[in-house]
Design a protein around this ligand. Structure first.
Ligand code: NOJ
Length: 738
């Protein structure tokens, strides 16, 4: 539902908004189709020697080239030295590229237009820099374990939400001309032991949770996939014929190529025959061991790898290159990853970051309309998370420290901040206009925080929780978080401030859920603002919400539990054999556990009423069979049911609502979760206005994976249709009988 695009900004806000540069435009090139791309690829392939082919599939080696991954050029077909570069929230290692909102924050906007635009802007910057393959977006980790270090690079532990977000991102990126790389495929849910551990995922769980969003990525015509470090059911992802050949290439009919995560390849022959198409970076990190290159050539000559397999690798790689039109005047990479330099490619893309910083904020608590603020006399702003780190936002390589305000996690999925607007920066600007006095305590010392807060009308306490990739350990967190508490004694800071100030507002920047119990019911904590991982425009987006320039419209993309144990999943040592259908809200629903804030929850400054549910159409029961397209059996993607609901803004100000549709499968579907997200809209409405939420259910949305039949099956019986403002605030129900 994208129709209701009424302006959200109140008049006071318009002046601030219009100070922004003009809206940046999305690049919309036609992406070709695979059949045309394959015709071109076949003709080029016929002109290549075995040597040429080997150089197309083998990286030049670690740090042997400007990009984090490179392959050799083949002049005879006009094929360039391919440049592969991270990452999912911006171009890594370039100063002057945009630091967008992180994936998890993009998900919390539930705004498909913004998500697609973000993808498009990411791709446009990559293209300007001559990057052919941008290493993202991320659907693995999915987020099974709330402390998983890289969850924030992806979107949500709900596979439907992640599936929509990854597809929109890929389409946006590829329309800009860059090849997307869906990663990390698959079952890489934690950092601890990621390069040795096995993820032993049962077939149905694989399909309904972990494979689901990757299916969307294939359907969106992702040019490439990155196989992950871990093993799946006993064999390494990058040589696992079951997941590469059978699931991805046969079942999902993936036409693009699979490249390895960096040094995730273990064998020459096994990986080639298992379905790997390109090895990255082409050597190990000591620049010694080279598993393809001459070794692959010998394996072909010795007959262990068929020539046709190498042709298939090359055909896939060339087809992807043609698909996005990179054979036509594509720029050459001129930046250098190993010496970070300035390249101003951000243009006006900050408009997307600002909008996401604002619309991804989830308001969790707002006693007696404490927010929005209206020209308060005095405010105390407290916490190291309120300011840019004194050493600078980019002081630590790959953001591997947590000193000032948190706007992205750490690791390869980061970008350099071109600038970073911290909460205090933006609050000061607003305070100046309002004549508000500001006192500060910009460290995390509880006593000093309380002193600053004591005599202020409001105290804004900023706390955070960081995580990242396991090659950097930050304050004892080896990638994965050690717990679900805020860093730097954030709970004590909030409690000390709330003890002396009756209007304490907590602002949280976090990579994922935190336990809020120590203060959530404290009557002096009048508001809790979940500000996520917003990217370079952090403070500006926050002020938009704190002062009511926009009504909050973000919704939680995961559950916030009362106790860490409630999630039922933990980082493990060794292999992980605990995989079931019940992660995040699916578990809370099934086990009847009351969360603190459920999946999909978020308050607004206005109210929405739901009415007039309509349900039209029904699927035929049974397995999906027949012709395949990218993404699997074609009929799985057919819209089979349309649900609509009337949404009315019954409150006093403009706002946006995210009506969500959940399906409960009939009891003939064995052991299915009580309800599963299968649709959402983001509807912007002026006070008093109404709009229609429209949910198109595809056949897949009403199916479960039947392992015995190896098919997506629509069960018979009554399907429950629940439409509501969160996974537990259901306003309308109906049913579909099949
Ligand atoms: C390893 C990470 O897992 C992957 O996400 C990244 O793209 C590569 N390193 C290259 O930096």
């Amino acid at each position: 539902m994208r129709a209701y695009l009424v302006p959200l900004l109140a008049t006071a806000a318009l002046s601030r908004a219009s100070a922004l540069p003009n809206e940046a435009k999305q690049e919309k090139r036609a992406v070709s189709d695979w059949a045309t791309a394959y015709t071109k690829a076949n003709s080029a392939l016929s002109r290549l020697s075995l040597n040429d082919k080997i150089s197309i599939v083998t990286g030049t080696g670690w740090q042997a080239g400007n990009c984090v991954g490179n392959t050799k050029a083949v002049g005879s077909i006009g094929y360039p030295s391919l440049c592969l570069q991270d990452g999912p929230l911006g171009v890594r290692y370039v100063l002057g590229a945009t630091a967008f909102a992180a994936g998890v924050h993009a998900a919390s906007t539930w705004d498909r237009d913004l998500i697609r635009e973000r993808g498009n802007f990411l791709g446009a910057e990559a293209k300007q820099l001559g990057i052919h393959v941008q290493l993202g977006p991320v659907a693995g980790p999915l987020g099974k374990i709330p402390t998983g270090g890289r969850n924030w690079e992806g979107f949500s532990p709900d596979p439907y939400l992640t599936g929509i977000a990854i597809a929109d991102t890929i389409e946006g990126m590829q329309e800009a001309g860059v090849q997307a790389c869906a990663k990390h495929y698959i079952g890489n849910e934690q950092e601890r032991g990621r390069e040795q551990m096995g993820s032993n995922i049962p077939d149905r769980v694989m399909h309904e949770l972990y494979l689901w969003p990757f299916m969307d990525a294939v359907h969106a015509n992702a040019a490439s996939f990155m196989c992950s470090y871990n093993k799946i059911n006993g064999s390494y992802a990058c040589e696992n014929g079951g997941i590469l050949n059978r699931l991805l290439k046969e079942e999902l009919n993936f036409q693009g190529y699979v490249l390895s995560d960096w040094n995730a390849q273990h064998t020459t022959v096994g990986s080639a025959n298992g379905g790997l198409d390109m090895t990255m970076p082409g050597s190990d990190f000591e620049k010694r061991n080279i598993l393809w290159g001459p070794a692959l050539q010998s394996a072909v000559q010795g007959g262990q790898v068929q020539q046709s397999r190498v042709d298939d690798m090359v055909r896939r790689i060339l087809a992807a290159w043609y698909l996005v039109g990179q054979d036509q005047g594509y720029p050459t990479a001129t930046f250098n990853s190993w010496r970070i330099g300035q390249r101003d490619v951000g243009g006006n893309h900050r408009t997307n970051v600002r909008a996401m910083a604002r619309d991804g904020i989830v308001l969790l608590k707002n006693t007696d309309n404490a927010l929005p603020l209206s020209k308060p006399k005095s405010i105390a702003v407290i916490g190291s998370d309120a300011i840019v780190a004194p050493r600078g936002a980019n002081a630590c390589a790959d953001r591997g420290c947590n000193d000032g305000t948190l706007a992205m996690g750490w690791g390869s999925g980061t970008a350099e901040f071109p600038y970073l607007v911290a909460p205090l920066d933006a609050i000061r600007t607003q305070a100046q206009k309002d004549g508000t006095t500001i006192t500060t305590s910009t460290n995390d010392n509880a006593q000093q925080g309380a002193n600053a807060a004591r005599n202020a009308d409001y105290a804004i306490v900023c706390i955070n929780s960081d995580s990242g990739e396991g090659y950097i350990i930050v304050e004892g967190n080896a990638g994965d978080r050690i717990n679900l508490d805020p860093w730097h004694n954030g709970n004590a800071l909030v409690q000390a401030v709330a003890a002396v100030n009756k209007k304490t507002i907590v602002v949280i920047h976090s990579v994922g859920p935190l336990i809020l119990e120590p203060y959530i019911d404290n009557p002096n904590v009048v508001a809790v603002v979940w500000a996520g991982l917003p990217g370079q425009e952090s403070g500006n987006g926050l002020v938009d919400i704190l002062y009511g320039a926009a009504s909050p419209s973000g919704k939680l993309p995961y559950t916030i539990a009362k106790r860490a144990n409630d999630y039922g999943t933990n980082i493990v040592s060794g292999d992980d054999s605990q995989w079931d259908l019940f992660i995040d809200y699916r578990r809370f629903d099934q086990q009847n556990i009351t969360p603190r804030f459920e999946f999909g929850f978020g308050l607004s400054y206005t109210n929405f009423t739901y009415s007039d549910l309509t349900i039209e159409g029904k699927p035929t029961s049974g397995p999906a069979t027949g012709a395949k397209i990218s993404g699997g059996v074609k009929v799985l993607w057919d819209d089979v049911v349309t649900v609509t609901a009337k949404i009315t803004n019954s409150g006093g100000v403009a706002g946006a609502e995210v009506p969500q549709l959940y399906i409960g499968l009939p009891s003939s579907a064995p052991q299915a979760p009580p309800k599963q997200l299968r649709g959402f809209n983001k509807i912007k409405l002026e006070a008093g206005a109404s709009g229609t939420a429209t949910f198109k259910l595809r056949r897949r949305d009403l199916s479960y994976w039947d392992s015995g039949r190896q098919a997506w099956v629509v069960p018979t019986g009554d399907f429950t249709v629940s439409v509501g403002a969160s996974s537990r605030d259901i306003r309308l129900t109906g049913k579909i009988t099949v």
